[in-house]
Design a protein around this ligand. Structure first.
Ligand code: ADP
Length: 266
């Protein structure tokens, strides 16, 4: 008989897949500003050649002077775009830093609103085209694996953002319910049909096509929430939107806590 808990092995495996999804997402986010900088680099290179060309002549004609002025004006815009792109990249990298190390699974007592805020910051670029409403009621700190819960929030918010047309509303709620903390992530997106609703927590189920989705986000999220002794459910109306609800106990189940910080790399 293997000594490692099969459940733990599954979670470790899922955790690595989440990490891969996260990395893919960040790479995608970085790609847009990187592409802008790359194409501006080519523009600057061509402009420099043109300037060198003009300056090689003994006499600069009025037409050439006109060209130099045009190039200088164009460079102004190019540099501004590059500045914005670099700032965007720095923002993405900084948000990742504050988001924590998802490869470290350590038990802690935390206010989940911090993790939700961190998630919204990391996904800021994706959420810009939507409204974000934070409907936070006071909740007690709970004992949990904060970085793993951050991955769940990340999956839910990412899916919600993708499900909505520009101008949608994402609402994130927190409240207490008996001995549990309840988190809701609601979107005004396209919704999920009843047939699909029965499948969404199964590994590999995706409606996004092979290139866009791996169908692992919700399967992993469910494993993580189950591991915390909590529950995850979804309500949806096609054409109106979807609400994911998490319920998490204030303390971890004893067997989960005893595993302590068992690391995905351990
Ligand atoms: P993936 O995002 O890679 O497809 P997930 O497990 O995160 O994998 O989601 C599985 C499927 O559930 C998605 O492909 C989509 O069809 C559906 N889904 C999840 N969240 C939402 C949502 N907020 N609105 C509409 N559909 C959703």
């Amino acid at each position: 008989m293997p000594t490692e808990e099969p459940e733990q092995a599954l979670i470790d495996q899922a955790h690595l897949s989440t990490l891969a999804t996260l990395v893919a997402g960040v790479a995608h986010e970085l790609n847009t500003p990187l592409g802008a900088i790359r194409s501006n680099h080519d523009v600057i290179e061509r402009a420099l050649l043109k300037l060198q060309d003009i300056l090689e002549d003994e006499v600069v004609t009025p037409d050439e002077l006109q060209d130099v002025r045009k190039i200088v004006r164009a460079m102004d815009g190019v540099l501004r775009t590059n500045g914005i792109a670099v700032d965007r990249m720095r923002q993405i990298v900084e948000s990742l830093g504050t988001f924590g190390r998802p490869d470290r699974a350590e038990v802690d007592r935390v206010d989940l609103r911090e993790g939700l805020n961190g998630t919204l910051a990391v996904l800021n670029a994706e959420l810009k085209k939507h409204s974000v409403v934070k409907d936070y009621q006071d909740i007690p700190d709970i004992e949990c694996f904060p970085n793993r819960l951050n991955q769940v929030f990340m999956n839910l918010v990412h899916n919600a953002a993708q499900a909505m047309e520009p101008g949608g509303t994402l609402t994130v709620r927190t409240r207490t319910d008996a001995d549990a903390v309840v988190i809701e992530v609601e979107d005004t997106g396209k919704g999920i049909s009843p047939d699909h609703l029965a499948e969404i927590f199964k590994p590999g189920f995706t409606t996004k096509g092979q290139r866009m989705g791996m169908g692992l986000g919700l399967a992993i999220s469910k494993q993580i929430i189950d591991h915390h002794g909590g529950s995850i459910s979804a309500n949806s109306t096609v054409g109106a939107g979807t609400t994911f609800r998490l319920s998490l106990p204030l303390t971890l189940p004893a067997n989960t806590r005893d595993e302590g910080g068992s690391d995905a790399s351990a």
